[in-house]
Design a protein around this ligand. Structure first.
Ligand code: ZN
Length: 384
């Protein structure tokens, strides 16, 4: 992005007011210089960019621009894509402050940046955006926010999460954070190990040893206590295992493990969760579209009709979430709506969102959560 902005400046493509607005954004260069281990490398990047882009700016100005991009660029993300499209600086969105419990999401609706409320806002209430890693806990999220944006978040959520780590720890443990970080690392290592195993051509991928390893690790991995279900990277580890099962065509384990991962997810009003819901609905549909296909049964399954109620209900929930983020006529919402109608056309039960459907969905939802080994209260879906 640095190179691109230098070209735009050299070719005088940016409007004067855009250049002035860019210059007003925070660059936090002093703080970045203090915390980085290799400031010389950062200076070299700026010097090389000036040289290669034949910029008329001084190296010091290019360096400031680089720092400014680091702390103001947003990932251009869009639900239903697997990776960010890139990064962008939006002069309005760059002015929003951070909070780990945001009241807005920033979305890219085709080519427009849109800021959408996820709560009811009071007049005059500050718009707050979570800069990154919203699903993660403060021990993981805060070092990354500090490294990128040069501040330490101390919002209510950070304080609550930190308090939870210290509550009820055995007096023998001086600092619970180190063992918690160690378990985090071990959970990420299981994901990597499972990926390597799934890539192996010689043996069929069996997910059960990895699930057993996670169970064993989480038993006392929270500084001597049981690792909380909603604490990342446990839900992420389960999602990763589900994705590997899906690649192997193991649809039953894909759904079962994904139900567990989504039931464990804590923050459901955000884009990463909507991505997970898309993956979930895709795997559910790949099951409900082929009622007669042979599947390997792992214990008694819920009835096929219950999976259909479950799938239609979650399609409706996904559509409602997309409409909130992208608007009724947003491109992503329209795609989801089309698939939802297709699913509903094949569905024989009562029409959503009638009371009869909601009752049926609730019962099937509970059956499937129990089958996945999850407390039914951990994932309550209100359809409207
Ligand atoms: Zn915070």
């Amino acid at each position: 992005m640095l190179y691109r902005i230098l070209i735009l400046l050299r070719k005088k493509v940016l409007l004067p007011e855009q250049v002035r607005a860019l210059a007003r954004l925070a660059h936090e260069q002093d703080k970045y210089e203090q915390i980085t281990n290799d400031w010389q490398k950062v200076k070299d990047i700026a010097a090389e960019a000036k040289e290669r882009m034949k910029s008329e700016l001084d190296v010091a100005d290019v360096l400031r621009l680089y720092c400014l991009i680091r702390c103001n660029a947003l990932p251009v993300d869009q639900t239903s894509r697997n990776a960010p499209l890139g990064t962008a600086i939006d002069l309005g969105a760059a002015m929003l402050n951070h909070n780990c419990e945001p009241n807005i999401v920033i979305i890219f609706n085709s080519i427009r940046v849109e800021v959408r409320a996820i709560n009811n806002l009071k007049a005059g209430e500050e718009l707050l955006h979570c800069y990154r890693d919203i699903a993660y806990d403060c021990t993981f999220r805060n070092p990354r926010i500090a490294a990128r944006y040069q501040f330490k978040c101390q919002c209510d959520r950070c304080i609550r999460e930190s308090d939870r780590h210290y509550a009820g720890v055995s007096p023998d443990i001086e600092d619970p954070i180190m063992p918690i970080l160690a378990t985090q690392g071990d959970l990420f290592a299981i994901i990597e190990k499972a990926k390597l195993r799934a890539l192996s051509l010689f043996n069929p991928f069996d997910v059960s040893p990895f699930l057993a390893e996670i169970d064993e690790l989480t038993e006392e991995g929270y500084a001597g206590r049981r690792w909380p279900d909603d604490l990342e990277p446990l839900p992420i580890a389960l999602k990763s295992l589900a994705a590997l099962c899906e690649r192997q065509g193991d649809i039953i384990n894909t759904i079962k493990i994904r139900v567990k991962a989504l039931a464990f997810a804590k923050y459901r009003n955000n884009l990463p969760y909507s991505e997970d819901l898309v993956d979930f609905v895709v795997s559910l549909r790949s099951f409900t579209m082929y009622p007669h296909r042979k599947v390997l049964l792992d214990g008694p399954l819920p009835k096929f009709k219950e999976f259909q109620d479950f799938c239609v209900g979650h399609m409706c929930a996904l559509h409602a979430l997309m409409a909130r983020f992208y608007g009724e006529q947003g491109r992503v919402t329209r795609i989801v709506r089309e698939i939802m109608h297709d699913e509903m056309d094949r569905y024989q039960g009562p029409r959503p969102p009638t009371r009869a459907f909601r009752r049926k969905f609730k019962a099937s939802h509970e059956t499937i959560l129990k089958w996945a080994g999850v407390d039914v209260k951990s994932w309550i879906v209100e359809l409207s």
